[in-house]
Design a protein around this ligand. Structure first.
Ligand code: KG4
Ligand code: ZN
Length: 336
């Protein structure tokens, strides 16, 4: 039996989790999870302020750590290894979680495992159930939109990624344009439910293969807002904008299901919380969709724990010279 402690601090959520795996388990069991959001700190600035985010992580990380250990009824000396997000993210934020794991690893002489945040999102689906292989995974978060073909627990092939803004970024920027508070995704989600998605027309997005682009949709929203001026209906604009983002995502998914001959699709990352996205994915006869629980869609350390455990089984340890990395392409692991 092994216990692991996982840290996630790549952006504006401080999260720590304790997981346990029995001999032969392929996925660990989550014992406790703490997620401390910082939106109250950033709200008045209209976006995440990196320096404030790092300071908030510093304040939140020890209380989060104490909470998960006490909920799991464990002491830090019971932990067999430490996992933390190493990349990509805000450098000062990554440093807090990664340095915490590094320090504990050094003090308790237990292994350190450095993780890729997007790979963590990809693994979040396994916290509850693992789809039959192969299946597709759409990672839709604030910083990334990418599509993978997942062949096994350790083999995934990157099929395409966003060439400009990520889908979550498009939700957040669109919300700002419509005067909604941040984070914009949940606000657009709520307002769109009251509006007409066909009221404002958005052109079809054309990108090569399975790549995504959302900046054109955002520019169209700017044009619509300027054209309509005081006649703009915010709820119809939210519904039409959300619909344009989802049309683009589902067009790519539909074509990938045909190319790769599987209709099993996992949706992970913050935007996978979107209610219209979930409704469309569940339309009868379309896909066999898989979603993590809402608390595992947005940033959390439980998903880093699942990835950390797979890396532990693969003996992919980091040494104490390992450092955080702010940006990286979403192709972290090649298939065999
Ligand atoms: O995965 P996540 O917590 O952080 C990143 O790795 O980026 O995703 C955050 C993103 C934000 O852009 C947020 O607006 C979006 O997820 N989001 C949503 C919803 N809930 C969160 N987007 C659309 N509809 C939602 N209900
Ligand atoms: Zn994320």
């Amino acid at each position: 039996m092994v216990h692991l402690l996982a840290f996630e601090s790549s952006c504006d959520d401080t999260s720590v989790a304790v997981l346990r795996a029995e001999e032969g388990d392929s996925i660990p069991k989550l014992l406790s999870l703490s997620v401390q959001s910082q939106w109250d700190v950033h709200a008045k600035y209209g976006g995440v302020v990196p320096e404030l985010a790092s300071r908030a992580h510093l304040q939140n990380i020890v209380p989060c750590l104490e909470k998960v250990l006490s909920e799991a009824n464990l002491k830090i000396s019971d932990i067999d290894f430490f996992a933390a997000t190493q990349q990509p993210g805000l450098i000062g934020c990554l440093l807090i979680g990664h340095t915490a794991a590094k320090t504990l690893s050094m003090l308790y002489k237990k292994p350190l495992i450095s993780c890729h945040h997007i790979e963590g999102h990809l693994m979040s689906i396994h916290l509850e159930n693992t789809p039959e292989f192969p299946y597709l995974t759409l990672v839709v978060s604030g910083g990334h939109t990418s599509l993978y073909l997942v062949k096994s627990l350790d083999e995934y092939e990157l099929l395409g990624f966003a060439i400009d803004d990520a889908a979550g970024e498009a939700f957040d920027k669109g919300a700002k344009l419509l005067g909604l508070p941040l984070p914009g995704g949940p606000e657009i989600d709520k307002l769109a439910a009251l509006g007409d998605p066909k009221k404002y027309r958005f052109g079809k997005v054309n990108t090569p293969l399975f790549n995504f682009s959302f900046s054109g949709i955002k520019s169209e929203l700017v044009r619509i807002k300027n054209r309509e001026a005081e006649n703009l209906s915010p709820k119809d604009a939210a519904a039409s904008y959300q619909s344009a983002i989802l049309d683009h995502l589902f067009n790519k998914i539909e074509s990938a299901t045909k190319t790769y001959k599987t209709n099993r699709v996992a949706f992970v990352g913050g935007v996978a919380c979107n209610s219209e996205l979930r409704r469309r994915a569940h339309q009868p006869g379309f896909l066999t969709p898989y979603f993590p629980d809402l608390r595992f869609c947005t940033d959390n350390a439980a998903m880093i724990g699942v990835l950390g455990y797979r890396k532990f089984l693969r003996r992919e340890f980091s040494d104490l010279t390992s450092d955080v990395i702010s940006t990286s392409r979403p192709s972290f692991r090649k298939t065999a």
